[in-house]
Ligand binder design. Structure first.
Ligand SMILES: Cc1ncc(COP(=O)(O)O)c(C=O)c1O
Length: 466
């Protein structure tokens, strides 16, 4: 690690991991960032979190923010509106799946997901279906760190020690939630990966069991990432599952909500991942790429029938935040959409993404640690297994994911690996999500550094397991 990295005992920042050294990044240009020691890193994770989708240091986006700030930097959204907010809502409706007509702005991913949950619940209440509140979602997911979004995942590793807060009291006070140490009451189904359910049928069966258990008339929503990000990189259920989900929505009247915090605004080679799946969701929550790392902004986009429930009902949707739809953030969002269009970035990712996945798979194919390389556009995932049998999760004490990230950093590459092994549905894995503007030559360089990283880690893991 560069000797300028910051350790927890040398800073007033309360970092995520107290036993990690944090390189101090002082500047960024394109797909490169540089730390205070002058070491340069190739940013294969769009700012580390998939937010900086258009690379660093874009003068045009900065100029859009500056111009807007000079004109009008802030007004609140509840009693006032502003041209940037109005225009951005119209642009989002334009690029969203057909039939989506209204946008509610937020300032981030978890907020968008929370707002989507509230919108779904309020939709049912507006229609007199006040008993509908249950939400079903895949267990292996990530929707944010707030209490409601944590409750939406079925991952004890993330939820601990907040379980008591994640257990809502159902209307009428029935069921779990009133006690002190209850398990979360949202309902979870297993992911349809090669390991658990290659066809998607087991997930549909699990969905049916939950519907039966809680009563389909009590279900508000099915909530999921259409293509998963960090929790199960670049995973999406098989077609059978999506079709079965759509049939169950038609039959039972719950809504389908997509967390497109990562996949929205182009990441998968489409404006939204929803565009290429066999069903149109009722509500989409998006965030990161809308601000491209230049501002904190998110949005919730709904289909017209959702909006009409409010239009024909109380004519109100409460619960906003101070910064929702602020002019500077919306001006950034507008420029981001222009850039995506002007530079043909979404089309490029649609064609280049599959090639990138195939090249990455070919580069890693002789490494027994690597079981699967998945990809949708510029969202790629690499899954690791125990090289002794090619199937089992790696022993958690090896800390493979962490070793991958640290080795990559040493080699001047930023990727993002996770190890949710104890949650039961996924082991060590790496997310590879470069900025949309990464050139072919830079992609090749990223892959070379990544291959070297994995070879180095695989060698030491294999030696340890021998
Ligand atoms: C799929 C997904 N949903 C939601 C979130 C939460 O977004 P935020 O950190 O902006 O609250 C994230 C963050 O990484 C995410 O990857």
């Amino acid at each position: 690690m560069p000797d300028t990295s910051v350790a927890a005992d040398k800073t007033r920042v309360f970092p995520l991991e107290l036993d990690r050294l944090y390189p101090v990044v002082v500047r960024g240009e394109g797909v490169w960032v540089e730390d205070s020691a002058g070491k340069r890193y190739l940013d294969a994770m769009s700012g580390g979190s998939m937010a900086a989708t258009l690379g660093h240091g874009r003068r045009d986006i900065i100029a859009a923010a500056r111009d807007q700030a000079l004109q009008l930097s802030y007004v609140h959204n509840e009693r006032l509106t502003n041209p940037a907010r109005e225009r951005l809502a119209a642009e989002l409706v334009e690029v969203a799946p057909a039939g989506m007509t209204r946008v509610r702005f937020t300032t981030g991913g978890a907020e968008s997901n929370e707002a989507a949950l509230q919108m779904a619940r309020s939709y049912h209440v507006e229609r007199g279906d006040t008993q509908r509140w249950h939400v079903i979602s895949p267990a292996q997911a990530y929707h944010g760190p707030t209490m409601a979004t944590l409750a939406l995942t079925g991952r004890p590793g993330l939820q601990r020690p907040f379980g008591p807060y994640l257990s809502p009291s159902p209307p009428g006070g029935r069921g779990p939630g009133s006690g002190a140490l209850q398990a979360p009451t949202h309902h979870h189904i297993p992911p349809s990966t090669w390991r658990f359910d290659p066809t998607g049928q087991a997930a549909l069966d699990a969905l049916d069991r939950v519907l039966e258990e809680v009563g389909p008339e009590n279900v508000s929503a099915y909530f999921c990432e259409p293509v998963t990000a960090a929790a199960l990189p670049a995973y999406s259920p098989p077609e059978l599952f999506w079709k079965g989900l759509a049939e169950r929505r038609d039959k039972h009247g719950f809504l389908i909500l997509y967390d497109e915090v990562v996949t929205g605004m182009g990441r998968t080679g489409h404006w939204f991942a929803a565009d290429k799946l066999p069903l149109v969701p009722d509500i989409i929550a998006t965030a990161k790429g809308l601000g491209a790392g230049y501002t904190a902004i998110g949005g919730v986009i709904c289909r017209d029938h959702v909006y009409q429930a409010f239009a024909n009902g109380s004519r109100k949707l409460t619960q906003g935040h101070t910064w929702d739809g602020a002019p500077v953030s919306c001006a950034v969002g507008l420029r981001v959409i222009e850039v995506l269009r002007e530079e043909g970035l979404i089309e490029r990712m649609r064609t280049k993404g599959p090639k990138l996945r195939d090249e990455l798979a070919a580069t890693l194919k002789d490494i027994p640690l690597v079981r699967e390389v998945r990809g949708h556009g510029f969202l790629l995932g690499v899954e690791y297994v125990d090289p002794r049998d090619g199937t089992s999760f790696l022993p958690p004490e090896l800390g493979t994911a962490r070793r991958v990230d640290l080795t990559a950093m040493d080699l001047g590459l930023i990727v993002y690996s996770t190890m949710p092994t104890r949650d039961g549905y996924a082991g060590d894995q790496t997310l590879f999500a470069p900025p949309f503007t990464t050139t072919d030559a830079e992609l090749t360089q990223m892959m070379e550094r990544f291959a070297e990283t994995i070879r180095t880690v695989a060698r030491s893991i294999e030696a340890q397991l021998r």
